[in-house]
Write a protein that binds this ligand. Structure first.
Ligand SMILES: [Zn+2]
Ligand SMILES: [Zn+2]
Length: 387
């Protein structure tokens, strides 16, 4: 039974391939930045609608977010996540033009498989800038999903990859201006406080665990060299493998900021961003099911290295709510870094399209495994509970 269903899914995605490729290429040609992805979300939702999905636009208060559902029974609820935002200057240098079509291809093929359950596509704007999934998570958009799946195009195939929790923090120092040569003693130097803050943090680093990252930029460093700077500001990111560790480090970073204000005799304001990225919580039974399907499709997979080149992604927030996979799939076959013009070219190429179709097939086949095997869903749920 399982083999027949999977053969049907592969056949269906091959039939859908002209549509999926044309959507991926259209989105590639018209890159849209975070929260402005009207064209991409329109293309994806109209294809889903034509295939019998019920569409809800603007979910979670984001105009380019959507939920599309196909119902044939109430359980399980198989979720596919679509991203479609681009980057300034390098267009689809992260390949998100391939993520949406792969997810809707998987959803449509699974809907046509005749298996019982609910198939849901969540359209999630602004992965690159703004954390769309963080906002949607707070609005409860992922709560009903039994699993959430998406595949990210990459220069390597990695089934499970960790992502760091990341907290955004801004610091501002308020001093007193004065002529830097004539009356420097009348000033209070907000730039001195800022430089001390960076040095305090650099001193802190030796006592931090290796997974912690603290990095920042000065966004305002003063007006002119002959004026004692009265105002400075900086933006930092504090990251760690677990949110609770990032929170602990944040406390120490705040102490560094405050000590600097004290030393320089200036006032301080610290603002912690509301949309922190959660760490990625892996789900091994789900990831292993996906890996088996990817192998069935002939994809070669190296040994997993979950901790290689860690970054952060708003999929972390989804993974804390529902069992989630976010595998990387190699579309380059050589080392081309993300967020470059070269990766943008690959994301619009035949190799990108091939990867997108493989991603769609492997995700749909994994959805079918869960719909056909209650034991697998149980193992996925138990693993999620264990955390
Ligand atoms: Zn990306
Ligand atoms: Zn990216």
């Amino acid at each position: 039974m399982s083999d027949k269903v999977k053969e049907g899914i592969i056949k269906k995605i091959n039939e859908l391939s002209p549509l999926l490729i044309s959507i991926a290429k259209e989105i590639h040609k018209k890159p849209e930045l975070a929260f402005e992805e009207d064209f991409a979300s329109g293309l994806l939702t109209s294809a889903l609608k034509r295939h019998g999905f019920k569409i809800e636009k603007g979910v979670g208060g984001l105009k380019t977010a959507f939920r599309a559902a196909y119902t044939k029974g109430s359980s399980p609820v198989i979720g596919f996540i679509a991203e479609y935002d681009a980057l300034p200057e390098v267009g689809h240098g992260c390949g998100h033009n391939l993520i949406g079509p792969a997810s809707i291809g998987a959803a449509i093929a699974l809907a046509k498989s005749g298996l019982k359950g609910r198939i849901v596509v969540i359209g999630t704007p602004a992965e690159e800038n703004g954390g769309g999934k963080v906002i949607l998570s707070k609005k409860g958009v992922f709560k009903s999903l039994d699993v959430a799946m998406m595949v990210h195009p990459s220069n390597d195939t990695e089934i499970v990859k960790r992502a760091l929790a990341a907290i955004d923090v801004t610091v501002e120092y308020f001093g007193k201006p004065s002529h830097a040569a004539a009356t420097p003693w009348d000033g209070a130097n907000a730039l001195d406080a800022m430089i001390l803050a960076f040095n305090n943090i650099n001193a802190l680093r030796q006592q931090l665990k290796p997974d912690v990252r603290i990095h920042g930029i000065i966004t305002n460093g003063g007006a002119a060299p002959n004026i004692i700077p009265a105002y400075t500001s900086a933006r930092f990111l504090v990251r760690a493998l677990e949110m609770k560790d990032a929170q602990e480090v944040l406390k120490k970073v705040k102490t560094c900021f405050n000590a600097a204000a004290h030393a320089a005799g200036v006032k301080i304001k610290i603002k912690v961003g509301e949309n922190a990225y959660e760490a990625f919580r892996p789900n091994y039974p789900l990831a292993e099911a996906f890996e088996r399907n990817l192998k069935l499709l002939g994809v070669k997979i190296r040994k997993w290295d979950e901790y290689k080149e860690l970054g952060s992604s708003d999929i972390g927030n989804v993974s804390q709510i529902a069992p989630t996979i976010h595998p990387n799939l190699d579309i380059c076959h050589k080392q081309i870094p993300h967020h470059t013009k070269e990766f943008n070219a690959i994301a619009g190429s035949e190799s990108g399209m091939r990867g997108m179709l493989i991603a769609a097939k492997a995700m749909a086949m994994t959805g079918a495994d869960i719909m056909m095997d209650a034991g697998l869903l149980k193992r996925i749920r138990e693993a999620h509970k264990r955390g």
